[in-house]
Design a protein around this ligand. Sequence first.
Ligand code: PGA
Length: 265
Amino acid sequence: MTDRPLVFAANWKMNHGPSEARAFARKFLPLTTPVQGRRLWFFPPAVSIEALAQSLHQRPDIAVGAQNVHWELKGAFTGGISIPMVTEVGARLTLVGHSERRHLFGETDEQVARKTRAALKAGIMPLVCVGETLAERDGGRTEQVIVRQLGSVIQALETEDWEHVALAYEPVWAIGTGKNATPDDAAQIHELIRMELGRHGVTKRVPILYGGSVNAGNVASLLTRPQLDGVLVGGASLDPDKWAELVEQGSRAKVRPSGGYGMVE
Ligand code: PGA
């Protein structure tokens, strides 16, 4: 048995400025209560981190993170945001290597590894995303791509760093498309990731989330798979009622024999 939290992560992408973030928090807070072993993570746009972190600060089960950071601490990087800056306004986590960063902004495996290392060094948790494109899947290269993306991060970290890392498997073809991997497909890749980590002596405590068109209707069937420790959600996390409903549906699907969420096989 290994301790892993059940995680519901909301990636707001380029939605919800500070006043919308505050309004979201006001509506969302009464809809959920803290549950042992369950974590709710929010990744708002950088300008909304402070507003959201302040609005949600009374909830120990909730943490706010950045969607992207630079690996350098400061300097001539126009448009860049450093980890100390996001930490100062309340971020305790950061997404790293989201597929939109990789594919729309040309982020490389090497940059993903540098950002992951920088986040750990600065004391915030990286949620590192991996996932194949449709062409890679159709070409039978899914496993190869996942192992390569994971490999650059594994190489860059010490084994003990992994105590503070979370991963997300997000097939690129499933993001924002309404198509999602079947629970079997997702479970299979999660197993591959867990095996890869194991081969390198990484702790089983690393949570692995699934992302890509997750909504209140499909979250339960995904989370009944023991390989999935949570979900990373874009579109369906923008509305407080729908997000609370998704969290509720997903949590019900994941009740462990122990009665809590913290303990999984
Ligand atoms: P989606 O996005 O839920 O809108 O598909 C997921 C993500 O990109 O993290």
